[in-house]
Design a protein around this ligand. Structure first.
Ligand SMILES: Cc1cc2nc3c(=O)[nH]c(=O)nc-3n(C[C@H](O)[C@H](O)[C@H](O)COP(=O)(O)OP(=O)(O)OC[C@H]3O[C@@H](n4cnc5c(N)ncnc54)[C@H](O)[C@@H]3O)c2cc1C
Length: 452
């Protein structure tokens, strides 16, 4: 028999308000087995995780999912508690004391490295940092992004690499119609970029990007797309054997690109395949001045193998986009190798009442919608366990509020965030842009607290 009733609902904490956190809260609301109350925490003053800070600023339609997310957070059984960081403002033990169940949905905020010499030279950074900067993430708002480079290499063969390459190749006019952060727009307006090289280790059959994103390179206002036919060669036999429609369409689009005559645009995006970075070359000032790449062939298993043939590309900036990685939370089990919280169908191993969903559960792959089924699986496990969960000793909103107040945490509610949201939209409208993102924490609080 479940211990939970309408006058003592199951109190769940969701740590992280990205897609997986919101979908987990939604799944808890939609079930009828157990009465629930859900507190959704985020370390940032804003909800929605990578929908706000990852999804490319020129892909506004994708962000419309936030209307649905807002509905979930507006439910009377749910609270949003922004600007509360697990590990700083709250510990895993605090959560145990105040919640009957906890779902960790903190995403994967770190990135994988290339592990080649020169990786730490000036001008070499992760796509994660660059994306955070152009999307106005408060942790990256103060960063000075040097955009003196005329050549930029983007290492990776997924949609994030395509996003970054596209943003670098777009004209100021194109970017104006996006919700790119004002500081990034100002910097990119003066960008000297002429050549962007997207470097894929393997061939087009192994690339992870989607056709829609790839096609956008053929529609850029101020950039030609350049593809070397030899690097995308696929035999008639291999082409006929492609079973994945996305891969087939990608090959078709790449063949179209390879056949295009360059229009003499001021910028070029070179989509390179079967090449691996082996060294970042530095100048006397410790800045990147080139990237040495090795041409690859594929072995029988489809793995890239170096051919011993090298080339140096003249780039002054290198952005690596070779995968995200989860970061351990204090007091929560962690699989360092895989960068995830070890779990079985969302149940954290050897723990009672603790669950996980999203990128920190399964690793950094999948689109926003993938997190819906993933979170539903986790919530199903939680509901299965509900009759046997130990009720938390201090399970009330008031107890959580008192704890956070005692620690002087300036909690941001949904209403507070909506004030910021309205401000960003109206200032955007005044500037003829979809939204003017406020990036600095201080400025966010000025809007939220009305200039306090
Ligand atoms: C650059 C980029 C572009 C993308 N573009 C698209 C796209 O166009 N379309 C698409 O469908 N998918 C896209 N994705 C994938 C999509 O964003 C992910 O599938 C999804 O965001 C994963 O959700 P999540 O909730 O697991 O993690 P996240 O979205 O990362 O959310 C995690 C949340 O946890 C919070 N958090 C972290 N640590 C703590 C802590 N200690 N205490 C409290 N809160 C914490 C974070 O602030 C964040 O809000 C993109 C991903 C990236 C990286």
């Amino acid at each position: 028999m479940t211990a939970f009733a309408p006058d003592r609902p199951l109190r769940a904490a969701v740590i992280g308000s990205g897609p997986s956190g919101i979908y987990a809260a939604d799944a808890l609301l939609k079930q009828v087995q157990v009465p629930v109350e859900v507190d959704v925490f985020d370390r940032l003053p804003t909800p929605y995780g990578l929908v706000r800070y990852g999804v490319a600023p020129d892909h506004l339609k994708i962000k419309s999912v936030t209307a649905l997310f807002q509905k979930v957070l507006s439910d009377a059984r749910v609270r949003f508690l922004g600007n509360v960081e697990l590990g700083k403002d709250l510990s895993a033990d605090d959560l145990q004391a105040h919640y009957d169940a906890v779902i960790y949905t903190v995403g994967a905020s770190s990135d994988r490295r290339l592990n080649v010499p020169g990786e730490d030279l000036g001008g070499s950074l992760s796509a994660t940092e660059f994306v955070a900067w152009y999307n106005g993430h408060p942790d990256a708002a103060a960063r000075e992004m040097l955009l003196h480079a005329s050549g930029v290499a983007v290492v990776g063969a997924g949609n994030v690499a395509l996003d970054v390459a596209r943003i670098l190749a777009k004209t100021a006019g194109e970017l104006h119609d996006s919700d790119i952060a004002p500081h990034a727009l100002a910097a990119l307006e003066h960008s000297k970029v002429e050549d962007v090289y997207l470097l894929s280790r393997r061939g087009p059959l192994q690339a992870k990007f989607t056709t829609k994103e790839l096609r956008e390179f053929g529609e850029l206002a101020g950039a030609d797309v350049v593809v070397l036919p030899g690097e995308i060669a696929v035999s008639d036999e291999d082409y006929a054997a492609i079973s994945d429609n996305v891969v087939k369409r990608n090959v078709d689009v790449l063949r179209e690109f390879a056949a295009k005559v360059p229009q003499g645009q001021p910028r070029r995006v070179h989509l390179r395949f079967l090449v691996s970075p082996v060294e970042l070359i530095g100048d006397a000032g410790g800045q990147v001045s080139g990237i040495r790449i090795e041409k690859n062939r594929l072995d029988e298993q489809g793995n890239a193998v170096g051919t011993g043939e090298f080339e140096v590309l003249p780039v002054q900036m290198v952005l690596r986009s070779v995968g995200y990685k989860g970061v351990a939370l204090s007091g929560v089990p962690f699989d360092d190798k895989r960068g995830v919280i070890p779990n079985t169908r969302g149940r954290i191993e050897h723990r009672s009442g603790e669950y996980t969903a999203g990128w920190i559960k399964r690793g950094p792959s999948g689109v926003i919608g993938t997190n819906k089924a993933d979170a539903a699986e986790t919530v199903a496990a939680l509901l299965e366990d509900a009759p046997n969960l130990t009720p938390a000793p201090q399970a009330s909103r008031a107890a959580v509020d008192a704890l956070l107040a005692a620690r002087q945490v300036d909690v941001v509610s949904l209403e507070d965030y909506l004030r910021l949201d309205a401000h960003e939209l109206s200032s955007g409208q005044a500037a003829g842009r979809p939204r003017l993102k406020v990036a600095h924490r201080g400025a966010m609080f000025d809007v939220i607290r009305g200039g306090r």
